[in-house]
Each structure stands twice: as structure tokens, then as C-alpha cells.
Design a protein around this ligand. Sequence first.
Ligand SMILES: [Zn+2]
Length: 1003
Amino acid sequence: MHRSACRILLLALLSAALPSMAIDLARDGRALVRIAVPAAPVRLEKMALSDLQEFLGKMTGARFEAVAETELPAGEPAIYLGWTRFAQAQGIDAAKLGKEEWVVRTVGDSLVITGGRPAGTFYAVWKFLNGLGCYAMAMDCYSAPPRRSLSVPGLSVQGRPPFAGRLIYNDFPGAAMAGGMPADLQEQYRLFALRSGTNGEQTHRQKQYYYGDLFNISTVPFHHTLTLYVPPKKYFATHPEYFAMNAQGQRFAPQGFAKGSLCMSNREVWKVTLESLRSFIRRDRAERAKEDWPVLYDISLLDNSPYICKCPACTAISKEEGSECGLLLRYINYVATEIAKEYPEIIIRTFAYSAARKPPKKTRPAANVLLQVCDEFPQADAFRPLTHPLNAHNLASLKEWAATGARIQFYDYWNISGVYFDPPRWETVLDALQPDLRLFKELGAVGLFVEFERDHVSPQPFYDLAYFVASQLMMDLDVDVEALVDAFLPAYYGAAAPVMKMLLAEMREGVRKQPTKMAIHIGGAWRYFTPENALRYYHLLKAAAASLPAGGVHRQRVESELLTLCWAVLARQVTFGPVFRAGGVSMDQLVAECEAYARQHIMRIKPANAKFFLDRFHQKFDKIKAVLPRPAKFKGVADESFRLLAFPQASPIPNIHSEVVDDADSITGKAIVSHGPSKTANDHGVGKMIQATPTIRVPNLKFVLGNIGPKHDIKPGTQWEISTVLRKVHQDEKYHWYKLRGAVDLQEKSYFWGHAWAIQFKTNSVYVLTDGVADNNVWEAWFSAKFTGPAYVPGSTRPDAIYVDMVALVRPGAAGVAPDDDALSQAEPTVVKPPEFASVPDGAIRVFDVRAARPIPKLCTEVVADRDSATGKALRTYGPAGAKHGFNVRVPGQQPSTKFCIGGANGDSMLILQGLEDNFENYHWFRMKKPVQITAKSYFWGFNWALQFHPRGLYDPKGTAEDNTWEVWFSVKFTGPAYVPGSTQKDAVWIDRLVFVKPGLMK
Ligand SMILES: [Zn+2]
């Protein structure tokens, strides 16, 4: 029996290897064959039949009739579609094929098109049609090359998609539903989604015809799902220990699907999660037909959560694993392993990103765990392949995951929409697609989730082309991309195809040649997008559009490309405007064109609620078309020496509470306002520090104009970034100009920022390409700011807030800037040499006051007013709760409480104080035991870590060891009974100054 089975298999293989001759399907618009169908096709097989009939019909003009296989007369050639007896008799056992596997084979003068269930036969039809030049290119664009007589060569094709999960998330169906796209177009989209071969879910608002197993997910949302399994509403009040602990030792409840996590070392959490999972599976199986049962459940980290849990038990595991991913995987593995005992087919998907970005040292995911690994976009250049040297960091990270042998789905980002495409740019990701998708396959990915949101109001150039090529590649990594481009352009743009091809070729070449990394969220300047080239592209596109019939879809699509081009020019009108005006194109004309093209682009999908999209358009566009008034202070400056950034360039960050608001106080009518990252009084006030990142604190009133990214050489006499820290602000709650010190040489990626990162203005609109030759990007800068609330203005009843309405850039030395209101902005007082050091020459001493202090609120350290200090201020610590004070006692960390240190190239220099000579609660000067050779990282600390001074600018990178060697003195005050017997003050240590003196000058 075995032997005969082998024989049949062998025969089948032989017939596969030797396909029969070409067969004729149609002649002169008449079908020569009928389509034989089995008795009980499934839904997608019925749709396969209708697509086959429709597209063969479109090509040939013929009608291809369907006939039940059982009624087909013996000997009549046919196209056998689906699970036919004929196919079975040929040794094709479709029941044994994969769910998406296809077979297309000629047998004699008949053709077999079949595949596994549910999707194999449908994909087989489209594989067959693709071979004839028929493609689903966009929801409203198909190609079906006319051939009144059609014959196909002998075929023997069997295959399946290289990835089981294929989703290019375009954000289209969700937005289109929200905007009221009519039912017939909704249906068009659903058909396109199926025909394009993608198999993922985009939104619950629109159910697609088919989802692959890796995307058939029953929960809402699809990602960031931890709280579905352990709901805070149900558990937080009674079991706060189920949830993450923060660095301050407090448990906190996540907010929706973000900002929080679970305590993943808690076994009760494991059990609750498992129980929830069981209940979801039971619910799905009760509610759904068997073929619709999900096999994948997502249990993944919430969004915007930089860590999982900081409780001691979780911390110990994360430390042991070298990554919080180990903590996550121990939890996930338990759930996955337990559920596999009951449901061996179930897959548990989780995110390896954010806190879990790094592979753990020990734990490997269980066999039924699918890891979604992100190609994190802030570091990536999405336009060049991951194998490009600029993407080495991201590639290494993906390879590290692949090397673990985990089952992986890659989560990638292309040039996504919205704030990431604002202002729009002239660019394409087309040439990164094939190399990256091949790479993902080589790295063992079983699924892909790509974020490639379509920008609904300023479409990314050639968006539909990139989507089409990518969807084809996801079905076959070896398709000929250039052939697809050549098929697409005439189908999509009609007679404009040659012009579009030329523009596309120039854009692709420019992307290839760009020497710098182009991260999507920064949106830098492409070298090829010069004013002169942009003007040429504009004229080419205009002429191409004009050559097409008005009102036709081809013209509309060319004009949608023009929309983005014109917008990209307007965003740079300061530098592009003169060239366009010289070419006879005014900025007003571009504004009018943008508005007309945008309306047309939006209306192409006939939304019942066009306002939904028009509002988005105006929100994004109106700031670009704004004509800003020249501030009085700069009225005298020549046009070529002046640039202004205002609300059109403002880039607020809502999750740290900054926004653009109407403001009648501003001459522009709007400003960006920062309410403060934590929205508390801690965020505001002069002389305060503010948390910029979980690890970095910066002065509250530091404002910077500077470059982002790897440092390049800059021009002599200029700086990489210029800044000021305001020591005083105007008290009238009105706008005033403040100056940044120095001149900056702006690079392709730069920003103005302040109040940590909450206040931002993009500067890419003023950057010009000079290849580093001219001084066109060298600027001095002022910003116009208003400070409100009691933190700045005593007695104010307004909320604490910082407003910035304008940033003015002026060429260094340009005439015509009116004097500053007063010297407030320069108000960095010099530090006075303490009288105790009067004998030391000025050049041999450096004095630092509390402006060099780095308070740590967690350790109860703050900068406070102190009349005892000659400077009026001191850095004070009470120590964390329960801290021990006194001489010869140890604070937590086993350090003597009165030990003071400074690090240097020659080791730490320190001093442990044993007592005071006079027992007065006043400042005393002490000298550290030995001189220290200062490095860029040297800083002073005391009371364990609570008292820190960072003497920035002291280290001289060009200096010798001797130049950098200093004696160190500090001025300290001890208060409270632990230090001064009988004191009624609270125990505390205060430091007001740190002094560096050349060795040997002080006794
Ligand atoms: Zn924990």
C-alpha cells in the first residue's frame, strides 16, 4: 500500500514537472472553455469564480460560463476551479494544502486552479490573473490588458505567501468609514483588500472578507492589551499589587491602554491573565463559527510605558535577564504554556518593544509565543533598506532577535502620515521595499505588520504605487518590481505615465544618493528637493495634468501629486518663494491650487461627511498659508537677513501638555503654550529644574536653538546649539523678546525647544541646501515669550504657563535690530569671588554657585533661598525619609553622611567631616584631601548622592593634565540637632558654593 501511494505521488510530481501544451481560453472575444465548479465551494471560492469570470471577461470581452463539474460533458476542456474531482483525480489533494496555498496547473487541454481553504483558491485565481497582466492596484484601479484571443502556456505553479501574516496598515478604511464613504466604495475597498493579498485587520469599523490566522483577533484593541486581561477597574482597588510599581515605590493603575503595566513577577497576575484568556477563548468559540475561531490572542505591553515594573521582585528578574523583556517573557510563557495544554493550536502574541526592546539573557519565548519585534522608527531611515550602513543600528537589533530563534512578526514603519508628514515632503520608500521584505524573510519572520498610514489630506507621493508593490512583494518576494512599476503607471495615471515615470526616477535616484539619514519623524531636507528642481517638477506635473481630460480620474491623481508638491514648496516659501516667483508662480497661486486639489482629493471617495477630512486639511494647511507680520523689534532688518518661526512651525506635544492656542496678546494671534509636563507647580518657577526625560533634568527656563542627531563640523565662530537660561522674567504677563547667546550653524535637522521639550518649533522651513559652503544657515536668535501665573508673577491669579509665540532668526551682525527691552535676557550674573579667596589671582580660581547644583527631589534635595549664604541661595537636603543625620553615622548606601567626593582622572578626591570647630549653624569652607584632575564627567557629591554640583565648562578639553588639575573647596552648612546640639532646626546639610583653585595658592 505504501508502495502504491509512492507511485501515485511520483506520477503527480512528473506531471507537475512536465506541464502540458498551451491551451486556448478565448478567440475573437468568444470563450472557448467553461469554468467547472465543485458542489460545495466555500465563500472565498465563490468569490474566486466571480473574479475569474470578471477579469477574463474584461480582458477578452467574452463571457466565461460556470458549470457544475458533474454536468460537464466528458472530454470538454474546462477551467477546473476549486476543490474539483478532476483536480483530485490529478493527484492534487487540496484538503492537504495550506490555508493560503495555491495550485495552478494545465492538464491536457484543461486548466486546474485550486488551493487550500479558506483562501488558497482565491489566491490561485489572482496568481493566474497576475500572470496575464491583471492586477489589483488600488481600490479604484485595476489593470486588465485587452486580449480578444487568449491562450495560456503550459503551467505548473504551486506556492504560498512568504509570510502568513501580511498587513500594510494604511488607516484608510477606518478614516473612510468615519468620513462617511458610501457603501459601494466601501465594498470596492473590501474587494481590493482581499485581492491585494493582505490579510490583516485594520479596524473593527469595517469587516474584511478574510483575515489570516495571525490577524484574526477578537479583542479590542489589537495591541496594548494587558489591561483587557487584568482590568484596573476590577482589580486596582482590591489588588494594587497586581499593577506596576513606580520608582517612588507606589503602585499605579494604567490609563486605558497606555501609561502603566502589571507586576509581572506576581504569580496571581499570571493566574488572572490565564483565566481571562480562557474566558475569551470560550466566548469566541461560543459566538463564532468554527472556521472563524481565532487562533491568536494578543497579550502585550501598554503604549507609552517606558518600564514594566520597578518592584523589588520584578527588578531582580529584569536585572538577572539584562532586560525587562525577561520579566515579560516569564509571565507570557506561563500563560502560553498553560493554555497550550488545553488549546495546542493557540498562539500568544506579545510586543518586544519599548521596555522589552532588548532580548533577555536567559528566558526564551515558549514555542506558541509570537513576538512582534519593532524596527523602531526614531533611529531608522525608512527610505533606505535596513542593510544600508545608515541603518546598521536597527539591523543589528533585529538580527539580535532573529538569533534567539523566537517566532517573530516584524513591525515596521514607512513614511507614515499626520504629524510625521507635516509639512509634506517629496519622497518615496519604494526602493527599500524589496530588500527589506526579503531581509525580514531571511530573519525568519512569519508575519509583517507595516505602518504605512495614508495621509488623507496631503498624500505621500506615489503612495498607491508603493502600497501596490509592497502588497505584491508580500505574496512573492521575487516579483519584478520594475515590471510592476511599468504596469502601474499607465493604469493609474493614464497618458501622464511617461512624465510620472521620469519624476519617480529622479526622486528614487535622489533618495538613493542622499548622504544623510532621513528619519521620518524629523523630516529633513532632501538634497534633490531644491527650489529649482521643485519648480521644474511643478511645471512638468501641471503640463501633464493639463494634457489629461478634465474631471477624469487620471487627471485627479496627477493633481493629488501636485497637492503634495505645492504644499512642500509652501512649507519652505521663504527659500523657495523667490525662485517660484521668478518662474512666474506666486505663493498665493500655490495656496489656491493646494486648496482646490485637496478638496478634489478628499471628494474622490465621496464622503458624506466631507467636513471630517476638510477640517483635518485646514488644521494642517492653514498654518502654512499664514502670512506673518514682522515684529517691531526687527522692522529695520533687511528681508534676506531675517526669518521668523511662529505657530505654523510650532510642534506641540499634547501628552506633556503643550498646545497651540489663540492668543490675542501675540501679534501672530497664536502661541504655543506649555502647561508643564506633569501639570503641577513643580513644573514652573524661576531657577527650578524640570524632568526632561526619565533620567535627564534641565533648568526649567532653558531655551535652545540647536541641531539634532550626529554632530557634524560647524563653521568657525558658530555653535552646535545656542541657548539661554533665564534668571528673571518680565512680570507683566506680556510678550517680551529674549536672546539666545551666540550664533548657531543650523543643519538639516534642528529645532527650537524650551521647557524641557514641551515648547518646540520646527526649523526645517528655513534650512537651505548649501553643501556647507555658504553661511546661509548661520543665525542669531531671539524668542518672544510670556510667563504667567504665581510661579513667575507673585500674586498672579492666572494658571502657571509659559507661552512662546515667535522665534526670530537674524544674520549675525545684521543691522536694524532694535535694542532689547532691558538686559533681562542676558541676566546671567557673574559669580563673585568669595572674600576668603581674595588673594587668589582671577585666572587661578573658578567659582560655582547653585546654578551648577543638580537637585534630586526624590532624595529631598532642592535649591532654596538662604540668607546665611553670600549668594542668597543654597542646595539643601533633608535626606530621603528616614535618613540618618550626624557626624560619624551612615546614610543609606553605607556612606558616611558627611562624606564629600569629586571624581577625576586621578581617582576620587574626598573628605569625611568628623565635626565642626565652632558648632554654629553657618557656612564653613572645607578643602578636599587632594587636588583632582577634572574630566568632562567630573562632578561633586555629598550626603550619599543627594547633594550634587556639576561644574560645567570647567573641564578644558584642549588643556593638559596640569591645566585641568584643581584644588577643590566647598562651602557647607549643617543644621539641626544631629549636627549642632540643642538646635531647633530640622536636620539638613546645605551647600552654597564650590570653588576650584590652582594647587598651592591657598594655605
Ligand atoms: Zn513587580
